[in-house]
Design a protein around this ligand. Structure first.
Ligand code: HEM
Length: 489
């Protein structure tokens, strides 16, 4: 009898151990690698000044799929092309929403814009307005004159400072602002200090960290440091500005077609099969400014920075542009179509310096499996486009080097099909303005190098080593790019 009891106990013990081990293995397989965090703030302290860099370093240690916690919010960080494909293609619909953000809600018309609207019918309608009516190829072509006019003014400005250091960063920001103002609002507002100050304030706030969004019981900190007050005031000022612009369009007798005109026509004629109201119009126009100005000027600034740091690449680009344009005084948009090195330079700048390195956060709306891992609904997702552009397995051992040649015989493109290069995102949430942004960047760069020879000015000597990056959502240079233009020899 004793022996029977002993055997039974031993059997139960062995079975329990087996089940326990199985469960442990199962749990281990499903547990996402996660850098240890601190109580209450989770991993927030590990983000540093440049979260794309800190998260890339963490991914080298914990792998391309990590779970972090920003306060109480679970955040999945994706740092490889393969996993970006899983999120943005295989499970695109599940991950197509946006997390809530107090700052976005306050400043972007309570999610009535395209970029921060949660995935659903409203977002679908607004995105279709953008894709079909604002950024269609026909619309992009129709703004060619605006681009040519503004580029010609920029070239004249540089010509007047020939042989002197010019703040190229500032020139590129004001060019982009002027182009976008004319395209979206019908006229330039860049000369108006109020408008400039307002846009600066808006962009700064959009890149601000709100403690309350991640640690709700510390929300009072946002109030004490004046964030809530600034949000309220800026949202009111921005609304007043856009309301005035839209009303001027309604009152005016206009034959131009800028974005506000297009949106008002859609509202009036009900051509799209759904209602679009005044708030939606202002929110979309606001998105054009927020999404379009900083990103485009940032890309040009980095492309010029890298060319100035790599004189051989600059020379090769100049040879291409000058051979195709021979004795012409400027480069046209038809001519850039045949400039393969120019396109490679833009791709390489986008690989090394994606203007939005962590893109725009996504959020899952359903439970889903990624490989062995269970991802619950409501998980925030950051895709590190900056880290993906530096994956040695894809790009080779010289990932850190600016080498446009690597794109010449490659089919990898940035339009969302190749996950190795996703500066504009991919899938449902992909940037709707890729063609709009790229043509502006290409034609500006081609004209700058066609007309002038360039060298770095002493004000930019930090370029001999690594170039310091700004903080915020769009990552531009920390210090302006000063360069000296001279007439071509
Ligand atoms: C070099 C220039 C640009 C870059 C690198 C860029 C990049 C991006 C990225 C990474 C996203 C988020 C994709 C995602 O969440 O998966 C995005 C979304 C968006 N971009 Fe761009 N962008 C650029 C220019 C522009 C311009 C010029 C405009 C408008 C004039 C614009 C309007 C938008 C809008 C409205 C969205 C939101 C799309 C959505 O949520 O469905 N972008 N962009």
């Amino acid at each position: 009898m004793m022996i029977m009891i002993f055997l039974l106990c031993s059997l139960i013990f062995v079975i329990t151990i087996i089940i326990f081990r199985k469960q442990k293995r199962g749990t281990k397989r499903n547990t996402l690698p996660s850098p240890p965090g601190l109580p209450l703030i989770g991993n927030l302290h590990q983000l540093g000044r440049h979260p794309h860099r800190s998260l890339c370093s963490l991914s080298h240690r914990y792998g391309p799929l990590m779970l972090l916690h920003f306060g109480r919010v679970p955040v999945l960080v994706v740092s490889s092309a393969e996993l970006a494909r899983d999120v943005l293609k295989t499970h695109d619909r599940v991950f197509a929403s946006r997390p809530r953000s107090k700052i976005f809600e306050k400043l972007l018309y309570d999610k009535h814009d395209v970029a921060s609207a949660p995935y659903g019918e409203y977002w679908r309608q607004m995105k279709s307005v953008c894709v079909l009516h604002l950024f269609s190829n026909k619309m992009v072509r129709s703004f060619r004159e605006v681009r040519e006019e503004e580029i010609s003014l920029m070239m004249e400005k540089i010509r007047k400072s020939i042989s002197l250091p010019v703040n190229l960063s500032k020139i590129l920001v004001s060019l982009t602002n002027d182009v976008i103002c004319k395209v979206a609002l019908g006229r330039k507002y860049g000369g108006e200090t109020d408008f400039k100050e307002l846009m600066e304030r808006l962009n700064k706030l959009l890149g601000t960290f709100s403690v309350g969004s991640y640690v709700p019981w510390l929300a009072w900190i946002d109030w004490i440091r004046g964030l809530d007050c600034q949000l309220e005031k800026t949202a009111n000022d921005v609304d007043k500005f856009f309301e005035r612009v839209v009303q001027d369009h309604v009152d005016g007798n206009r034959d131009m077609t800028d974005f506000v005109d297009v949106l008002l026509a859609i509202q009036r004629d009900k051509t799209v099969g759904f209602e679009i109201n005044r708030v939606s119009i202002k929110a979309i126009v606001m998105n054009v400014f927020v999404g379009g100005t900083d990103t485009s000027s940032t890309l040009m600034e980095w492309a010029m920075t890298e060319l100035l740091r790599h004189p051989k690449c600059l020379k090769r680009l100049q040879e291409e542009v000058r051979t195709i344009c021979k004795d012409k005084s400027s480069v046209s948009e038809e001519e850039i179509q045949n400039m393969s090195y120019l396109k490679a330079v833009i791709k390489e700048a986008l690989r090394l310096h994606p203007p939005l390195p962590l893109m725009v956060p996504h959020e899952s709306t359903q439970d889903v499996r990624l490989g062995d891992h269970h991802i619950p609904a409501g998980t925030q997702v950051l895709i590190n486009a900056w880290a993906i552009g530096r994956e040695a397995a894809t790009w080779g051992p010289d990932v850190e080097e600016f080498r446009p040649e690597r794109h010449l015989d490659s089919s990898v493109d940035y339009r969302g099909q190749a996950f190795e290069l996703i500066p504009f995102g991919s899938g449902r949430r992909i940037c709707p303005a890729i063609s709009f942004a790229v043509v502006l960047n290409e034609v500006v760069l081609a004209n700058l190098v066609h007309r002038f020879d360039w060298r770095l000015s002493v004000e930019s000597t930090e370029d001999q080593t690594e170039v310091a990056e700004s903080t915020g959502i769009a990552i531009h240079r920390m210090f302006p790019l000063y360069a000296i233009a001279s007439n071509t020899t």
